[in-house]
Design a protein around this ligand. Structure first.
Ligand code: 0WD
Length: 274
């Protein structure tokens, strides 16, 4: 039981397809005690049964991260109900739909500000607010995507937000290392979730990744969950500031691999249109 005796909070479960759900499952299987948050009343109904599944029906709290007073209220509730905590999972992102397709240079200031606030600044604010509760040997995990490192069609505004989130992870890792707090990110391959549905041509991304990753497959929330559990547990006690890819190796590819047709001629594995 790699997480026996560890307590933490997971922000960003929307339903049982969420990456945060996969992380909760892996941590609970290793003995962790978990608190959950929900964005609004309609998601509350989805998150409550999930919390019960992990024996946490008494630890479900409202927290819209764009509202600072809800983050303060979360700290107060966690302090009262759990005392000290050992981990935080930040599995939250949002960009207005106008920022997730079309011409990049059309992105409005309003959309930009919202995406950066919810998807990036929230990690800083949550950490600062919950820091008094964090134990001397704790771990913070956020979720990013390859579109923050390289151009990905339609990822547009979220790509810029993820680039900022990845650097935030590194600066926070340096700042908090002396307090015994580690900060890492998982860069997950594409997975069909509620948030992913907002990205233009997402099905094409899934097909492309499957065809061109070294492992020739897409990843699951269980696989991301297991890697997340490692980063949240003491198994990774000397790992901080990392952007850890869980993507079947897709990020190492500089060009699609070649394969050979029946006549032995080289072809590209998949031309993207099938
Ligand atoms: O392919 C994917 N699905 C990938 C997702 C690949 C790589 C990374 N990620 C990232 C996402 O960008 C995000 O940071 O993983 C994280 C989790 O995303 P998810 O599991 O794919 O998506 P989802 O199940 O929708 O959970 C994200 C949740 C929101 O769901 P909705 O669908 O309602 O937007 O983030 C939460 C919300 O529950 N969220 C907020 N929580 C608190 N305050 C807020 C907010 N203001 N906005 C969104």
């Amino acid at each position: 039981m790699f997480m026996k005796g560890k307590k933490g909070v997971i922000l960003g479960v929307a339903n049982n397809k969420s990456i945060a759900y996969g992380i909760a499952k892996a941590c609970a299987a290793q003995g962790a005690e978990i608190a959950f948050t929900y964005l609004n009343d309609s998601l509350k109904k989805r998150v409550e049964p999930i919390a019960s599944e992990f024996g946490s029906s008494d630890k479900v709290y409202a927290c819209d991260v764009s509202n600072p007073s809800e983050i303060v209220a979360l700290r107060e509730s966690l302090e009262k109900d759990m005392g000290q905590i050992d981990f935080i999972v930040h599995s939250i992102a949002f960009a207005p739909k106008s920022g997730l397709s079309g011409r990049f240079y059309d992105i409005s200031k309003e959309a930009f500000d919202i995406a950066m606030d919810v998807s990036v600044y929230s990690l800083i604010e949550i950490t600062r607010e919950l820091k008094p509760l964090l134990s001397k040997n704790s771990s913070i995990l956020t979720l990013t995507y390859y579109g923050g490192a390289k151009y990905i069609p339609n990822y547009n505004l979220m790509g810029v937000a993820k680039a900022a989130l990845e650097m935030t992870t590194k600066y926070m890792a340096e700042d908090l290392g002396k307090d015994g707090i580690r900060v890492n990110a998982i860069s997950a391959g594409p997975i069909k979730t509620l948030a992913a549905a907002g990205i233009g041509e997402f099905r094409f991304m899934l097909k492309w990744n499957e065809a061109h990753s070294p492992m020739k497959k897409n990843v699951t929330i269980d696989e991301v969950g297991n890697s997340g559990m490692y980063l949240l547990s003491d198994l990774s006690s000397a790992v901080t500031g990392e952007i850890h890819y869980v993507d079947g190796g897709f990020n190492i590819m500089g060009m699609p691999a070649v394969s050979f047709d029946e006549e032995g001629k080289q072809t590209i594995a998949w031309d993207g249109n099938k």
